[in-house]
Design a protein around this ligand. Structure first.
Ligand code: NAD
Ligand code: ZN
Length: 356
């Protein structure tokens, strides 16, 4: 994305890695080096195959593998990566390539944004969450101590290449978490997509590649559309935060034992409940949402948390805007808006729907 909002990179989706060769060939990289950044879960599954496919596209191919998990998305890992790049004499014309989920993409993107004041990078997302969400939009970053995504930069990839077939090896739990963001896309932008997700749950759960490619395409379009209108997050992009104000708080209070997309789903239920109270949405939409989420094996309740604690935690969330929380509500299914007047009482009422 240019800061004026136009996308300058391609998002390509296929059911294998093969096609990446053609995309890279267009980029004239014969003189460039590339370092593939990946984690210890993805490397044994895909690194060899991927390296073989792209060998010949670059002058030289290196790789950097770090231990899987959010706890390694930090500056220590970035430091190790810088060291590798320096030892291998990467200069400002060379490339980084993220092969993995959102953790790999965020960390690799941040290293690319900062090494030598910024080098080019490519995203090859391999989780549902990264394919529909984190690989698009140019946000990169790492955690700092207990603070999530505290250090970061906007840095746009030169190419996003999604191999939908990688979703076949994703755990049931990670897949289900990604569905939280997918359902959110339907809720904020596209009621017919929301209904389609409800109607195609068995194919999607069976990871039917044709249906998955349709789903990832629509979700990409929605995310891209929202981001394009607002690349630096002044307004419209905030709609993507549906379910995130309360969701983040729940995620934090669970010490990240609950997965992000699951917390987003819980937050969406609460946001819908508040929208019902406001008179925007009919009460009977809530059981519909619960049913859709259950089909994707998402939790619809959470235990052991108090509403007071959750509301308190939302206040330390960085989505605060001069004191007022920019809460995302639903005007109707498929149409979200930002509301700065949501009260603590309303949040507590919304939370009553999900606290068991
Ligand atoms: P992740 O990268 O940790 O991946 C989840 C797990 O799946 C990991 O253990 C990983 O090794 C494994 N994995 C990855 N691909 C696999 C595959 N194809 N088969 C089997 N296992 C595979 O987590 P995630 O959910 O992809 O991403 C979460 C991260 O994304 C968080 O750090 C979050 O902050 C970030 N994020 C960033 C943005 C953004 O705009 N930049 C948006 C949303 C989330
Ligand atoms: Zn999210």
């Amino acid at each position: 994305v240019h800061m004026d909002g136009t996308f300058i990179y391609d998002i390509v989706m296929e059911a294998s890695f093969e096609g990446v060769k053609e995309e890279l060939a267009k980029m004239d990289l014969g003189e460039r080096k590339v370092c593939i950044v990946t984690d210890t879960n993805v490397a044994p599954l895909y690194l060899n195959e991927f390296e073989q496919i792209i060998s010949g596209c670059f002058h030289k191919t290196e790789h950097f593998i770090f231990p899987a998990g959010e706890e390694h998305k930090n500056l220590n890992t970035v430091r190790d990566l810088y060291e590798t790049l320096i030892v291998k004499q990467f200069d400002r014309h060379d490339y980084l390539l993220a092969l993995g989920g959102g953790v790999v993409g965020d960390l690799c993107g941040y290293a690319a944004a900062t090494y030598l004041r910024g080098i080019s990078f490519i995203q090859v997302p391999t989780t549902l969450l990264s394919q529909v969400d984190s690989s698009i939009g140019g946000k990169t970053g790492v955690d700092f101590d207990a603070y999530k995504n505290m250090v970061g930069a906007f840095h746009m990839p030169k190419l996003v290449y999604t191999n939908i077939a990688t979703l076949k090896t994703l755990s049931e739990e990670q897949f289900s978490s990604g569905m939280g963001e997918v359902i959110k896309h339907g809720l904020i932008r596209d009621v017919s997509y929301y209904r389609w997700l409800s109607d195609h749950s068995s194919e999607i759960q069976n990871r039917n590649l044709d249906i998955l490619s349709e789903m990832v395409t629509v979700s990409n379009r929605i995310k891209r559309d929202v981001v394009e209108k607002d690349p630096t997050e002044q307004g419209e992009r905030a709609l993507l935060n549906l379910g995130h104000t309360l969701g983040h708080a729940i995620e934090k209070l669970s010490d990240f034992s609950l997965l992000h997309g699951h917390c987003v789903g819980l937050g969406c239920i609460a946001a819908m409940a508040i929208s019902v109270k406001r008179g925007f949405i009919n009460e009977d939409q809530i059981p519909v949402l619960l049913e859709v989420m259950k089909r994707y094996h998402m939790p619809v309740t959470v235990t052991g948390l108090s509403p007071v604690e959750i509301v308190k935690t939302t206040k330390s969330d960085k989505k605060m805007d001069s004191g007022a929380i920019r809460f995302v509500l639903l005007e109707q299914i498929g149409k979200a808006y930002v509301d700065k007047t949501v009260t603590e009482e309303e949040m507590t009422e919304g939370l009553a729907r999900i606290l068991a």
